[in-house]
Design a protein around this ligand. Structure first.
Ligand SMILES: Nc1ncnc2c1ncn2[C@@H]1O[C@H](COP(=O)(O)OP(=O)(O)OP(=O)(O)O)[C@@H](O)[C@H]1O
Length: 309
């Protein structure tokens, strides 16, 4: 059994039911036009820093768990409009860095600055509102909700209507609801799941579920999209297709942080790479610079892709 088959078999109903297929052009004719889809999913958040300037700064971030220092005085920038790869061997501290950025862990020392604002005592949902969205190594979707509903939930994070306004179904609320559905459909189309919009998330294939997670993260209109091993369990063709999607997301105006074990994927898609080992940054630069760095070769690239996938 392949990795994907095994994962699909683990999902309730996985591989047993054929997902219902709808033609997105029936739901919304404009979605047949890729330019309109791109326009509707383009990043709309007001971002203060110009393109190419640091959007997120890790400033001397240390995270300790008891006696273990998982992230040790780590500093690097994610520049607006780039795809930054964060790589390193197992246990190097990649996910802990992610968790420090997204409010899951508070740094023991140092700070994270997003678009000029230090993230201090913010909770996770506040950090989502400030503009960081993420996907997880293990898929976390609402299995009983449709693909479309899973994404609409993400658009809710940006709604401005008050609770009374929502209860009374004010005109503003109804408009936001309609816009949320239209945007969610466009996002599903972008990630290649538009035809399964009305299918329950749990009935989607493993690959489609991973893509749906990306659509849901984008629905919060993030300044920064963090993808934690989005290609885990994919075959080479699926990985290739995912690279194309990640590039397209960047081209639509988003900034992307990518944690990935597969070196081919990282080299092929990123603008710059930061390499961690034992919780410390050991190299930073373009894919060419990093892959030629002897410290990286010793720490990471010496391990064949197969062993790290
Ligand atoms: N909640 C926690 N409590 C205790 N130790 C932790 C916790 N989370 C991570 N660690 C430890 O911190 C170190 C860094 O882990 P982390 O998951 O950040 O590495 P990683 O580079 O993401 O690894 P992988 O590639 O295996 O996902 C590891 O030694 C790990 O065991």
């Amino acid at each position: 059994m392949s990795d994907i088959e095994r994962r699909e078999a683990d999902l309730p109903g996985g591989g047993l039911e054929e997902p219902a297929v709808v033609d997105v052009a029936d739901v919304d004719p404009s979605l047949a036009d890729p330019d309109l889809v791109a326009e509707r999913v383009a990043a709309r958040r007001g971002i203060r820093v110009p393109v190419g300037a640091p959007l997120l700064r890790m400033e001397g971030v240390t995270v300790r768990f008891g006696g273990l220092t998982a992230v040790d005085d780590v500093s690097f920038d994610i520049r607006r409009g780039e795809i930054l790869g964060l790589i390193g061997p197992n246990g190097a501290g990649k996910t802990t860095c992610f968790n420090a950025m997204t409010g899951v862990y508070r740094p023991t020392s140092g700070r994270v600055v997003l678009d000029g604002q230090a993230l201090r005592r913010h909770r996770r949902h506040e950090i989502t509102r400030l503009g960081i969205a993420r996907t997880f190594q293990n898929i976390r979707l609402f299995g009983e909700m449709t693909a479309l509903e899973n994404v609409v939930v993400g658009t809710d994070a940006r709604h401005a209507t008050s609770v009374p306004g929502a209860l009374l179904r004010s005109r503003r609320h109804r408009r936001e609801e309609r816009e949320g559905i239209e945007r969610a459909m466009a996002l599903l189309e972008l990630v290649g799941v538009g035809a399964m919009a009305t299918e329950k998330a749990r009935n989607l294939s493993y690959g489609h579920q991973r893509r749906l997670e990306i659509a849901r993260a984008l629905a919060t209109e993030p300044k920064l999209l963090c993808l934690d091993e989005p290609a885990a369990g994919f075959n080479p063709a699926e990985k290739e297709a995912l690279m194309g999607l990640i590039r397209q997301i960047r081209d639509d105006g988003y900034t992307v942080l990518l944690i990935e074990h597969d070196m081919r994927l990282v080299r092929g898609v990123t603008d710059r790479i930061v390499v961690l080992e034992f919780g410390r940054v050991i190299a930073e630069g373009t894919p060419e610079e990093v892959t030629a760095d002897p410290a990286v070769v010793a720490a990471y690239l010496g391990v064949p892709d197969d062993a790290t996938a």
